[in-house]
Design a protein around this ligand. Sequence first.
Ligand SMILES: *Cc1c(COP(=O)(O)O)cnc(C)c1O
Length: 437
Amino acid sequence: MIYNTIQKEIAYKIEEESKLSNWKDWKWQIKNSIRTLEKFEYLTGIKFEEKERADLEKTFKKFPLSITPYYLSLIDKQNYKNDPVFKQSFGSKEELITRPSELADPLSEDKDSPVEGITHRYPDRVLFHVSNICGMYCRHCTRKRKVGDVDFVPSKDQLSEGIEYIKNTPQVRDVLLSGGDPFMLPDDKIDWLLSEIKKTPHVEIIRIGTRIPVVLPYRVTDNLVSILKKYQPLWINTHFNHPKEITASSKESLAKLADGGFPLGNQSVLLADVNDCPRIMRSLLHKLVQNRVRPYYLYQCDLSEGLSHFRTPIGKGIEIMESLIGHTSGFARPTYVIDAPGGGGKIPVMPNYIISWSTNKVVLRNYEGVITTYKEPDSYEPKMCNRDCDNCDLELNLDERDESAAIGIEKLLSDSCDTISLIPGDNERLQRRNGNA
Ligand SMILES: *Cc1c(COP(=O)(O)O)cnc(C)c1O
C-alpha cells in the first residue's frame, strides 16, 4: 500500500473532502504544493518562533519555497531539524549569507550560452534548459539565481531557438534536457520537443535530468512512459541525495522508467549535514542499484550564492570515495566531480592510488592498504599516431570515425601535434617575449 497515515493526514488537511485517490494525481500535488510558511506550519503542526518566522519570511522572499505534499510527507516531524528531507526543501536564514567566493552563476552557464536556453560547454554535447519549473525547490539548487523567476511553461517559439541551434551545430551528438525539470512540462510539449530534437540526424542520444522520481514520483505516468519510448535511445538521470528518499512511491516510478527501457543514472550532491557520511552514502548507492539506477556523479556543492552552509571540504568527498572504491560494487559508485567555477566543466577527483613509478614498474596501493607492483612490458612499440587513420594497421570503422582534433591535455600526449605546453593567456613571461608586457 502506497499511502501511510502521515500522507492521509496531510491529504485531509489540504481538502476536507479530499479523496485519497487525489494523492497520486501529480497535478493535484502541484496545485497543493506548500509555498508559504503558514501552510507548512498548518500541514506539519511544526510551529516556529516569531524571530525565526521573520528570518524565514525574508529567506523565502529571496528564494521561494515550494514543496509537494508527497515530499513533505517524508519529513520526520519529531526530529525535523535533523531531517534530510526538511533540510533540502525548507530553507534557512543561512541562505541569505553570500560569501565573497560565491557567485550567482558560478559555472558561467549564462556566459557559455550561444542562444537562450542552451549552454554549450563541451565539444560534442549541449545542456538545454527547457523549463524553469521544478516539482520542489531544492534549497541547494546550483541555479538558485533562477529559482523564483515566475514559473512559466516555455512556448514553442521560446524553445525553437535552442532547437535551431542544435540543428545548426553538427558537432552536437548528445542533448541533455534540464531546467528546471523537463518532466514539469505537459505531455504534449515533451512529445513535441523530443520529436523536434530527434529529427536532427547528428543527435545520437537525448538525456533528461530530472528530480521527479524523488519529489513527485506520480508524474511518471504510463502515458509519459509511452511518449518517451518513441525517442530511444533516451537516458534519464535523477537526483536522489539520501536513502530516505527511496520510498514505495519513488521505487514504483523508477521501476516504470526502467521497465520502459531507459538506462537510469543518479547525480547526488554532497551536502553538509544531509549526506556527508560514508555510511549514508553507501546505503543510498546500494538502494539505487537495487532499483536499477546506476550512480553517475557525486557533485561537490557548487559555489552558488547562499549555499555555504551546505558545502563540505573536498576532503570529505575523497574520504567517501575511499570508502567506496574496492569496498563495494564498481557500478554502485559514482564519479566524484567538482564543476569548475568559471565554466571549466566537471573535474573528477579521487584518492591517489599510484604511490611511485620507475621506468618499468609502477607501485600502487589498493583499498586495504596493500602495496603492490605492476611490472610494465619490457618491450612495447608505441604506434606512432599522426591521425592518418587510412594508413594505420589498427582498424577503425572508417565511416563513423571521429575526425575531431586533439585538444587540451590530450593534445600534449599526442604524436601528431608539436605543442609542448599549454600556457595561460595572461602569462607575463611570454608577454615579455612578445614585447607586450
Ligand atoms: C554536466 C554538463 C554536461 C554533461 O556532462 P557529462 O559529463 O557528459 O555528463 C554538459 N553540459 C554542461 C553545461 C554540463 O554542466
